[in-house]
Ligand binder design. Structure first.
Ligand code: PMP
Ligand code: GLU
Length: 396
């Protein structure tokens, strides 16, 4: 190990999602034909009205630093969105815009966590949460959830995980990687526990809010229980809802003190998010929202296809889910039927090497025995993937 490696980097895992996606791109550049179901990013183009706003911002000379936490126009657009869609009220001092929801989360963790603090993360979880918590020198407490409860932490499991060191609970709904959603009743049960522990903060990662087709309207914990608003941070962004992953714009809304500390931190790292992106995101949040509905309908169509198709593969067990363009099947039986394959990591490796389909092992999300399919791609690609996987499974 080089003497120039900082301790905090030595055990840091690279993002499994981004690593696999880079591997697929390298394989494709070398001439291999891989069906890429690895990355969770909408395959649609950013809508024209948003691109036009960015072009107008460039032409108008919006090429200077902006306030660190975002322009007032953007903050007001975020505030209107949170009022309109979530019935939540914020002032500009309670909002920070960052380079993606990822940076907003990173800022948050560094701004609130101390060494020894515990962060409760229901597993399976998005790959970046535990690593970011570790960078912040706090301790991830991974709570394995039950598939029979659709991988959602129950009030009992939450209460058991809370200790005097607990500082933060992470909720992500719709969930990456399971596509499941906490309903109002479940959130109310969690809130009842949390109300007993005033030292525990809550972050609700709502990045997949609009990729959702459940029967109840979307809800998060602070919408369910406004009493928790003084210790809940809402994270969201434009990456998924408006197909803007590359533009890098996410935001946090929460108590002014925490947002202020996050802003101080950001002032010493990246400063403001890109000024042009901010103009585009303002247009996205304030403009015609019909794109969001159309994209959602298309994701639902793909989900319907993939759910049926994967359910018919030997050894795949899947429960219905309602959003976030991921399906998370149990493949333990499929593994048993395959000689020389012992776990989900080897299974995913087999699929990329032999079926030429890239998916992620559940282990990357803290949940072995499962795999994650992203269906943020065309139905043709999904059909191709299922055909190739079926061939490989049939051969063994
Ligand atoms: N949260 C979750 C659960 C995610 O899957 C992602 C993936 N992009 C993010 C946050 C970060 O999104 P972005 O930085 O693109 O806004
Ligand atoms: N969140 C997406 C995924 O899980 C994008 C990549 C990332 O940031 O992890 O695939």
């Amino acid at each position: 190990m080089s003497k120039f490696v900082a301790k905090r980097i030595q055990n840091l895992k690279p993002s499994a999602t981004l690593t696999l996606s880079a591997r697929v791109k390298a394989l494709s550049a070398a001439g291999e034909k891989i069906v890429d179901l690895s990355l969770g990013e909408p395959d649609f183009n950013t809508p024209d009205y948003i691109c036009e706003a960015a072009i107008a911002a460039i032409k108008a000379g919006n090429n200077k630093y902006t306030p660190v936490g975002g322009t007032l126009e953007l903050k007001n657009a975020i505030i209107s969105k949170l009022k309109r869609e979530n019935n939540l009220s914020y002032t500009p001092t309670q909002i920070i815009a960052s380079a993606g929801a990822k940076q907003a989360l990173f800022n948050l963790f560094l701004a609130i966590l101390n060494p020894g603090d515990e962060v409760i993360i229901p597993a399976p979880f998005w790959v970046s949460y535990p690593e970011m918590i570790t960078i912040a020198e706090a301790t991830p407490i991974l709570v394995k959830t039950n598939p029979t409860n659709h991988f959602k932490i129950t009030a009992e499991e939450l209460e058991k995980a809370i200790t005097p060191k607990s500082k933060l609970l992470i909720l992500n709904s719709p969930s990456n990687p399971t596509g499941n959603i906490y309903n109002k009743k479940e959130l109310q049960a969690l809130a009842t526990v949390l109300l007993k522990y005033p030292n525990v903060l809550i972050v609700t990662d709502d990045i997949y809010e609009h990729i959702y087709w459940g029967s109840e309207p979307f809800c998060n914990i602070v919408m369910t229980c406004p009493e928790l608003s003084d210790r809940t941070i809402v994270i969201n962004g434009v990456s998924k809802a408006y197909a803007m992953t590359g533009w890098r714009l996410g935001y946090a809304a929460g108590p002014a003190e925490i947002i202020n500390n996050m802003t101080t931190l950001q002032s010493q790292s990246t400063s403001n998010p890109c000024s042009i992106t901010q103009a585009a995101a303002t247009a996205a949040l304030t403009g015609d929202q019909s794109f969001v509905t159309k994209m959602k309908q298309e994701f639902k169509r793909r989900y319907d296809y993939l759910f049926q198709a994967l359910s018919s593969l030997p050894g795949f067990e899947i429960k219905p889910c309602h959003g976030a363009f991921y399906i998370f099947p149990n493949i333990e039986q499929a593994i048993k039927q395959l000689p020389n394959i012992n776990n989900d990591v080897e299974f995913a490796e087999l699929l990329i090497k032999e079926a030429k389909v890239a998916i992620l092992p559940g282990s990357a999300f803290g949940y072995p025995g499962y795999v994650r399919f992203s269906y943020a791609t065309t139905i043709d690609n999904l059909q191709q993937a299922v055909k190739q996987i079926a061939q490989v499974l049939g051969k063994k």
